[in-house]
Design a protein around this ligand. Structure first.
Ligand code: BGC
Length: 370
C-alpha cells in the first residue's frame, strides 16, 4: 500500500528521473493515462453473491485496490463454472494486468489460466486453491486444516467433552453426532474435514462420539457447491433413517449449511431452544444472530478484511516487480506445483465472545446483529 503511494509521490516530485526509476521497478504499473493512477486494471473473480462472506471479500479487495490507484473489474459468477471461465476470459481480453481468483471448482481453470500466462498476467488464488495448473503464482487463504480443528474443538466443547481451556472433562457420552463436509470440488473442503476428523477420531474410536447414520466418509458427508438446501435435505434424510435417536451434535463446515441443517432439525421436531450443538464457519450475520438466539452453537471467524489486504499486497508486490511475502511453501500442492502461500489465522466464535471478536473489531456493529 505504502509502496505505491510513495512511488506516485516520487514521480510527482522528481519528474523525469523518477519516471525512469518507475520504469525499471515495475513496468506493469504506472500505466494510468494521466499518471494519476498506480496502475491498470486488476480482475477480481468471486464465486457467488449468495453468501455474505464473498460479498465482503469482493468489496474489501475492490476498495483496497482502488485505494492504491488500481482500477478493478469485480465479477461474481453465481456459482456457475462456465460463467466464471468466461468472466476471466473477458478480464484477460480487456487488458487486466493481474487476476485475483476465488474459484468455484478449483480444477476447471486450466485453459483460461494458460491464456493469462501467455499474456504474462500474474494470478493470485484467493481463499481457494486453483488445482492442476502451473499458472497460479501465489495463494492466500486461512489455515484451512486449523479451521477444521477449530470446528471440531468447538463441537467437543459444546458437547462438554472438553472444557473452556481445551482440557478433557472426563465426560464419556456416548454422544450422537452427524457429520457434514463442504463442496468436494473446493480444495478447502477436504482440509476442513481432515482437521475436524483428526480432532474427533480419538473420541470416535473410544465410543465417546457415535455417528448414528454410519455416514463417516467425506464423500457421504460432502455437500456439492455448499448449498444450504442440499444440506437440509441430507439432514432430513438422516433424521428419517435414525428415527427416534436424539442427536447431540452436528459438525457443519459452513454457516449456510448450518442454517439448512437447523431448519431440518426444527421441522424434524427439535425445539429451537434445545437443538444439538451445531458448528459453522464465516460468522455470517444470520448465523451470528442464530448463535445469539441460542440456536447455532459456534462459527469460525475469518476476517475477510485481512484476507483482502493480503491478496492486494501480493498483487501490488508482483506488479511492482517484487516478491510477495509468503509463510507457507509446503502445504498447498495443486497437483502440478506447490503454490507459495500466505496463511492467516481464524478464530472460534460462540455466544460468549462474539462481541469481543466481531463487534469490538468493527467487523459488525451491534445493530447489524439485532
Ligand atoms: C471458504 C469458506 C466458505 C465456503 C463456502 C470455502 O472455500 O473457505 O470460508 O464457508 O467456501 O462459501
Amino acid at each position: 500500500m505504502k509502496k505505491s503511494k510513495k512511488t506516485l509521490i516520487g514521480i510527482a516530485a522528481l519528474g523525469i528521473a523518477s519516471l525512469a526509476l518507475a520504469g525499471c521497478s515495475g513496468d506493469r504499473t504506472g500505466g494510468g493515462d494521466d499518471g494519476e493512477t498506480a496502475g491498470g486494471t486488476v480482475g477480481v473473480a468471486m464465486p457467488t453473491q449468495q453468501s455474505e462472506r464473498w460479498i465482503a471479500d469482493g468489496d474489501n479487495v475492490k476498495t483496497q485496490l482502488e485505494e492504491l490507484g488500481y482500477k478493478v473489474d469485480l465479477q461474481y459468477a453465481n456459482d456457475d463454472i462456465p460463467t466464471q471461465v468466461s468472466q476471466i476470459e473477458n478480464m484477460i481480453s480487456s487488458g487486466a494486468e493481474a487476476l485475483i481468483i476465488a474459484s468455484i471448482d478449483g480444477t476447471t481453470l486450466t485453459d483460461v489460466l494458460q491464456q493469462a500466462a501467455d499474456q504474462d498476467i500474474p494470478v493470485i488464488a484467493y481463499d481457494r486453491l486453483i488445482n492442476g495448473t502451473e499458472n497460479v503464482d501465489y495463494y492466500t487463504t486461512f489455515d484451512n486444516y486449523e479451521v477444521g480443528v477449530q470446528q471440531a474443538t468447538s463441537l467437543l466443547t459444546g458437547l462438554g467433552i472438553l472444557d473452556e481451556s481445551g482440557e478433557e472433562t472426563g465426560e464419556e457420552g456416548p454422544f450422537n453426532v452427524e457429520l457434514f463436509a463442504g463442496s468436494p470440488d473446493d480444495n478447502n473442503a477436504k482440509f476442513f474435514w481432515d482437521g475436524a476428523i483428526d480432532t474427533l477420531q480419538p473420541y470416535l474410536d473410544a465410543g465417546t462420539i457415535e455417528v448414528p447414520s454410519g455416514q463417516t466418509e467425506f464423500e457421504q458427508a460432502a455437500i456439492l457447491r455448499w448449498l444450504p438446501e442440499t444440506a437440509q435435505t441430507r439432514m432430513e434424510d438422516i433424521l428419517t433413517v435414525i428415527g427416534d435417536t436424539q442427536l447431540d451434535g452436528v459438525l457443519s463446515p459452513y454457516d449456510g449449511l448450518s442454517i439448512g441443517i437447523i431448519s431440518a432439525l426444527t421441522s424434524g421436531g427439535y425445539a429451537a431452544s434445545d437443538l444439538p450443538v451445531v458448528t459453522g464457519q464465516d460468522a455470517e450475520v444470520g448465523s451470528v444472530k442464530s448463535i445469539i438466539a441460542g440456536e447455532q452453537y459456534s462459527t469460525i471467524f475469518k476476517d475477510t478484511r485481512l484476507l483482502a489486504e493480503q491478496a492486494v499486497t501480493m498483487v501490488d508486490s508482483v506488479l511492482q516487480g517484487d516478491e510477495p511475502e509468503v509463510n507457507d511453501t509446503e502445504t498447498y500442492d495443486n497437483g502440478v506445483k506447490v503454490v507459495p502461500s500466505f496463511l492467516l489465522a481464524s478464530t472460534i466464535v460462540t455466544v460468549d465472545d462474539y462481541e469481543e471478536i466481531l463487534v469490538d473489531s468493527d467487523y459488525y456493529t451491534e445493530d447489524d446483529l439485532k
